[in-house]
Design a protein around this ligand. Structure first.
Ligand code: CA
Length: 227
C-alpha cells in the first residue's frame, strides 16, 4: 500500500511540483492550501507524513504543528522561507522531524521523506516476547500464544522469575530463593524437575519455542527468539 503524504502549502505552483515528485516516488500526495483544513484532515485520517509550510492561511504552520503533536506522532517536515528561521523553529521544540528551507529541490524533499519513513519503519516495535509468552503475576496466569499454561505454583514462580530477567543466567540456588521462598522442602535438584515439566508443558502448546535454556554447569536462562 502506498503511503499517504499530506503537503500543506499555499503556493499552488510549488505545491503541484512537490506533489508530482512525491507521486513519482511512489507515494500518494494530497495538497492542502489552508492550515485549518489540513488539521481537520490529519485528525480524520492520519497520513504517513506531513510536509508543512510555515506561512499558511487559516492556521499557520507553527500552530498546526503543535496541534498535530498534541495527539499524533505523525512525522512532520517543516518548510520555511528563511534559513535563519530554522534555528528559531528548533528552539521552539515543535517536534518536527526535519526542516527544509525554500528554495529546495523537490528531489531533496523526496529524499528526506524516504529517510524519515525508513527511520520510522526501523523504529516500529518488534513483536514483544510477551505476546508469545504472557505472564500475569497478579492472576498467576501464564499464556503461551494466548493459550493458558496449566502450571503448579512452583512452576509458575520459576517461569515468572526467569522471564522477569530475560538473558540473565540464574543458578539453581538463586531460583530456589526467587521462586520457592516459602517452600522449604524444595531441594536444589527439584528445580531441574520443575524446569523439565515447564518445558514439556510449554512445548505442548508451542512446539520448539523452548524459552528456558540450560547453561551448562551454572543453571538456567530465559530467552525467547522472536520468530
Ligand atoms: Ca506559504
Amino acid at each position: 500500500m502506498s503511503a499517504a503524504i499530506y503537503i500543506v502549502e499555499d503556493e499552488p505552483a510549488l505545491a503541484d511540483l512537490m506533489a508530482d515528485y512525491v507521486r513519482a516516488a511512489g507515494f500518494v500526495p494530497t495538497v492542502f492550501g489552508d492550515g485549518a483544513l489540513a488539521l481537520a484532515a490529519i485528525r480524520a485520517d492520519t497520513p504517513a507524513l506531513v510536509v508543512l509550510d510555515l506561512m499558511l492561511p487559516g492556521l499557520d504552520g507553527l500552530s498546526l504543528c503543535r496541534a498535530v503533536r498534541e495527539q499524533s506522532e505523525v512525522p512532520v517536515i517543516m518548510v520555511t522561507a528563511r534559513v535563519e528561521e530554522i534555528d528559531r523553529l528548533l528552539g521552539l521544540e515543535l517536534g518536527a522531524d526535519d526542516y527544509l528551507c525554500k528554495p529546495f529541490s523537490p528531489r531533496e524533499l523526496v529524499a528526506r521523506i524516504q529517510a524519515i519513513l525508513r527511520r520510522a519503519r526501523a523504529q516500529a516495535p518488534a513483536p514483544r516476547p510477551e505476546q508469545i509468552l504472557a505472564i500475569d503475576a497478579a492472576s498467576r496466569r501464564a499464556l503461551v500464544r494466548d493459550a493458558p499454561l496449566d502450571l503448579t505454583p512452583s512452576e509458575f514462580d520459576l517461569l515468572a522469575a526467569l522471564a522477569r530477567r530475560p538473558g540473565q543466567v540464574f543458578s539453581r540456588a538463586q531460583l530456589l530463593e526467587l521462586a520457592c521462598q516459602d517452600k522449604l522442602d524444595i531441594h536444589d535438584r527439584a528445580i531441574d524437575s520443575h524446569i523439565k515439566n515447564l518445558r514439556r508443558k510449554i512445548d505442548a502448546l508451542a512446539p520448539g519455542l523452548d524459552p528456558i535454556a540450560s547453561v551448562y554447569g551454572v543453571g538456567y536462562r530465559f530467552e525467547l527468539q522472536s520468530a
